[in-house]
Design a protein around this ligand. Structure first.
Ligand code: C2E
Ligand code: MG
Ligand code: MG
Ligand code: MG
Length: 287
């Protein structure tokens, strides 16, 4: 396309762009081998009940241990996984890992333990396929649907066809709950909350970050929490990093918090150790 446009005048591919594009291509190629090559990991981050400090939920977050590059952030590779379609295979693997661990945590820590998994629009809207294979897998493990929570984003609901509604109903029928992730970053039309029967609302980190008494983000968060509760939803605040943020959220009636104040996403074994320590403290307090 740049051919007749004269030197340097109309060239889309400046060297920097070329390098970035090449880098993405290489990374996408490497990603193809990552699932089978055993390079993916699932980390778990606690979702803490603010009033009691108890941990009965965790979010599963995928990590990629690249043989040369080290740990690659999902912010970098999830978009590549989405554009290449690899996200479906990755998501299936994450789901199975989540199921394996939630079974252990249900039997060892709390019978209602729940692990949430993120689902990209592409995964959710997979043509001609619902979540039957998930239900079958959970059944094989002797798990109820309530062991799993699915996190979706507003964009999915924005142009939701009947396929989306059907899948949400299918999940509900099998006891799998649904959370609306990153709430506040997109269109945040509150009509979705009523229309789609969502169970949890996750307030985006960008609100939590600027929480301060009297701030506009405080007012917005309070309004979101009140409204969510009126519609029967529970609220999780993302990105809780300070004790002050926790206190403000608690005062605003927020149900759960997730963030570095409590713990970063942890390898499963470390998360497991943290749960054991929490249990030991609770036992000690009872005595
Ligand atoms: P998300 O679902 O909104 O996940 C929360 C992100 O916030 C995670 O980033 C987590 O590490 C980060 N985070 C948690 N607490 C704090 C905090 O206190 N401060 C700050 N600054 N950040 C915090 P992560 O793990 O890098 O994941 C990024 C995004 O990648 C996720 O955002 C999610 O959209 C996507 N993702 C991760 N795993 C999966 C997966 O298995 N499947 C799909 N489809 N997407 C995934
Ligand atoms: Mg999420
Ligand atoms: Mg989120
Ligand atoms: Mg996010």
């Amino acid at each position: 396309a740049a051919k007749g446009a004269g030197r340097n005048r109309f060239s889309y591919f400046t060297p920097a762009l070329q390098v970035a594009a090449l880098n993405r291509m290489r990374l996408t190629n490497d990603l193809r081998g990552a699932v089978k090559g055993n390079q993916l990991r699932v980390y778990f981050q606690p979702i803490v009940h603010l009033r009691t400090g108890r941990i009965h939920k965790a979010e599963a977050l995928v990590r990629w241990q690249h043989p040369q590059r080290g740990l690659v952030s999902p912010l970098e590779f999830i978009p590549l996984a989405e554009s290449s379609g690899l996200i479906v295979e990755i998501g299936e693997w994450v789901f199975k890992e989540a199921a394996r661990w939630v079974r252990q945590w249900r039997s060892q820590h709390h019978p209602d333990f729940q692990v949430s998994v993120n689902q990209s629009p592409l995964e959710f809207q997979r043509d001609g396929q619902g979540y039957e294979h998930w239900f079958a897998h959970l059944q094989e493990l002797g798990l109820k649907g309530s062991a799993i929570l699915v996190e979706i984003t507003e964009g999915l609901l924005l142009d939701a066809g009947s396929g989306v509604t059907d899948k949400l109903l299918q999940l509900r029928d099998h006891g799998i709950q649904v959370a609306l992730d990153d709430f506040g970053t997109g269109y945040s039309s509150l009509s979705y909350l009523k229309k789609f029967d969502i169970d949890y609302l996750k307030i985006d980190r960008s609100f939590t970050r600027n929480l301060a008494p009297q701030s506009s983000d405080m007012a917005l968060s309070e309004a979101i929490i009140v409204m969510a509760h009126k519609l029967g939803l529970k609220v999780v605040a993302e990105g809780v990093e300070t004790a002050e943020q926790r206190a403000l959220l608690l005062r605003a009636g927020c149900d759960y918090g997730q963030g570095y104040l409590f713990a970063p996403p942890l390898p499963a074994a470390e998360f497991d150790a943290m749960l054991k320590a929490q249990l030991a403290i609770a036992d000690g307090a009872r005595r």
